[in-house]
Design a protein. Structure first.
Length: 386
């Protein structure tokens, strides 16, 4: 795999994740600007996630016969357009429509770029390459957020969306130049989806993905109002907090790539879930001091950020020829989990003290770990015939 090609595709994942999760850090600004409650602004995250969850398997099937260069470039172009429309939106309804359009990018790019690389990469190199690819998404999910907050703190939330839109347009041009023409994946049809759904291993692993993201989103979707409520962290201090978490995510992903080679994707996935559960359980203790909140977010990101990459590698290992379907489904439940987590957070916000919101997420991450273990046991028992 040419390093420059992989770098461009990683950059695409970074801005797809930034596009999705930037709203979490901008909730307070959007709420104030559009004069809507925080929980209503949070529904922008839920709507995005639901739209992406519905579109991912649908567009994976419809797009399986499209040349990968055209598909990936087109999805990033839509990301650019959607974020520019968000920057220009004049009402909550207009912003909601722009966010739903942006969901198309997330539904297509992240799963299909992984499926494309799985076709271009030898089997022995596949897991580390997929792990490197998802570094972009994982780091974007944390580092892209503080970049958006920082831009908003010196300008406005609209400029944050404009930045993502312009950057996505530039990445789309580089993708067109980097991906070779006439790269195709095996066509998807109902038979292949049936093979995915009838596999206990794939069902359990997909459930683990969904529950992991529910648990994380309960907390991260509302991190800005949570830390503002408990310690008054906002503006530049919030951006610094998210940058601190981003540094942990970057280091955690780099360590995960190395650990996959040594210990395998399954053990790394276990480590990610255990770390996430531990930090969610202990977060209320860290929240009594502003400085220790920064420590908590760094450690949480360090230990848990590698999960998306290794989970994709686990799914591909179970059924390599079903990669286009399994990764699309995994992406779908990732966004669905985040949408459900954001919705649960909106419901819990008036009922649960901000300091203890993390405990709501803890329950789901523990359930995810149980599903992950069951999925690994099932994978050892089954062989999927293609």
């Amino acid at each position: 795999m040419a390093p420059q090609r992989l770098f461009v595709l990683i950059a695409g994942n970074f801005f797809v994740a930034t596009s999705f999760l930037s709203v979490g850090g901008l909730l307070s600004d959007i709420s104030s600007s559009l004069q809507i409650p925080i929980e209503q602004a949070g529904l922008l995250i839920a709507a995005f996630g639901i739209a992406a969850a519905v579109c991912a398997p649908t567009l994976a099937t419809l797009g399986s016969r499209i040349d990968r260069r055209k598909l990936l470039t087109g999805s990033m172009a839509i990301c650019a357009l959607a974020n520019l429309l968000a920057a220009l939106s004049q009402s909550y309804e207009h912003l909601m429509l722009a966010r739903v359009l942006a969901a198309v990018t997330s539904a297509v790019y992240t799963p299909q770029v992984a499926a494309t690389l799985s076709m271009l990469t030898p089997e022995k190199e596949r897991a580390p390459v997929l792990a490197k690819l998802m570094v972009g998404w994982s780091v974007g999910s944390v580092l892209g957020n503080p970049i958006s907050v920082l831009i908003a703190s010196v300008s406005s939330w609209r400029m944050s969306f404009a930045f993502i839109g312009v950057a996505s347009a530039v990445i789309a041009l580089f993708i067109w130049r980097s991906v070779p023409p006439n790269v195709m994946v095996p066509p998807l049809n109902w038979v292949r989806w049936f093979q995915v759904l009838r596999s206990p291993a794939l069902r359990w692993l997909t459930a683990a993905t969904a529950l992991t993201n529910v648990g994380g989103a309960v907390m991260m979707s509302y991190i800005a109002p949570i830390v503002k409520a408990v310690q008054g962290i906002a503006g530049a201090a919030l951006a610094l907090l998210l940058f601190t978490a981003g540094a942990g995510a970057l280091l955690g992903n780099l360590l995960s790539v190395r650990m996959v080679r040594r210990f395998g994707a399954t053990l790394v996935a276990y480590r990610c879930n255990i770390t996430s559960a531990t930090m969610l359980l202990l977060w209320p203790l860290f929240s009594f001091w502003a400085a220790t909140i920064y420590v908590a977010q760094f450690l949480w990101s360090l230990g848990s950020s590698g999960f998306p990459a290794v989970q994709q590698a686990r799914l591909v290992a179970v059924a390599p020829m079903l990669a286009a379907a399994t990764i699309a489904l995994n992406s779908s439940v990732t966004y669905l989990g985040m949408a459900v987590g954001a919705s649960i957070g909106a419901t819990a916000w008036p009922l649960v003290p901000p300091r203890f919101m993390s405990w709501v997420g803890f329950v789901f991450v523990v359930a995810a770990l149980a599903c992950s273990v069951l999925g690994d046991r099932a994978a050892k028992r089954e062989t999927i015939a293609i």
